[in-house]
Ligand binder design. Structure first.
Ligand code: ZN
Ligand code: ZN
Length: 233
């Protein structure tokens, strides 16, 4: 029944590509081909950021609790429209377009558990959903033990330096559940930028027994970019 309603709605309001507005799909094939994979040479092997060579960058040298970051695509062009389409326009089916290229990235890490980075209750209510939870749901990775929760609302990370971002999210999360007993764990968001939020989640998960924690995201944004402000952290 739900499918019939969805089909009828598709006829009345056919989906349009978020990047080029062509009718037919939320992300058309041409724009999908325009996505830049966040893989290959010219990336920091630890945090996955694009750079001139393949050496470790200085930006992630301060990461303590986080072992690395991995993403499916570069936060540019159509990817930016996809991220904003899910988060700000609420087109939840875009999470399927994001989960597709992300799944092999997650499978390569083979984490024992994946946690969506939680939003504070109030922000989740205002938005109606947490984009990271929707993405995790579409990813279809086995359910993780326990719960990662946000216990403190934090100011937006927009325009903050890496150090300010770290301070802003300190003490914002807690984990409730069984000991993680040396597990490899991943924390998921739509975009990874400085890794400050993921690092704070990682610190908490390590306190509860995780041995390795990675940040995983659909898109990798550069550390410093005037346009990356709205894209999370
Ligand atoms: Zn398109
Ligand atoms: Zn790096």
């Amino acid at each position: 029944m739900a499918t019939l309603v969805a089909r009828a709605l598709d006829l009345l309001y056919p989906p349009r590509c978020v990047a080029c507005a062509a009718f037919g799909r939320n992300l058309c094939e041409d724009c999908c081909d325009g996505l830049v994979p966040a893989a290959g040479p010219g990336r920091c092997p630890r945090c996955n950021v694009a750079r001139d060579d393949q050496r470790h960058c200085r930006d992630c040298s301060g990461w303590r609790a986080l072992d690395g970051a991995r993403a499916a695509v570069e936060m540019s062009g159509p990817a930016r429209r996809v991220v904003h389409g899910l988060k700000f326009s609420g087109i939840r089916d875009l999470a399927d377009d994001m989960a597709g290229p992300l799944l092999p990235v997650v499978a390569a890490l083979a984490p024992d558990a994946v946690y969506a980075i939680p939003l504070h209750r109030r922000r989740r209510l205002r938005r109606g959903f947490n984009q990271a939870e929707v993405l995790l749901d579409r990813l279809g990775w086995p359910a993780a033990p326990g719960r990662l929760e946000r216990v403190r609302a934090t100011a937006s990370q927009v325009g903050l330096s890496a150090g300010e971002r770290r301070e802003n999210v300190a003490g914002a999360f807690r984990y409730r559940g069984p000991d993680l007993k040396g597990a490899t764990v991943a924390v998921l968001d739509d975009v990874v930028t400085t890794g400050a939020t993921a690092s704070e989640c990682a610190r908490v998960l390590r306190e509860h027994g995780a041995a390795r924690v990675y940040a995983i995201a659909y898109a990798r944004a550069p550390y410093r970019s005037p346009a990356s402000g709205r894209s999370g952290d």
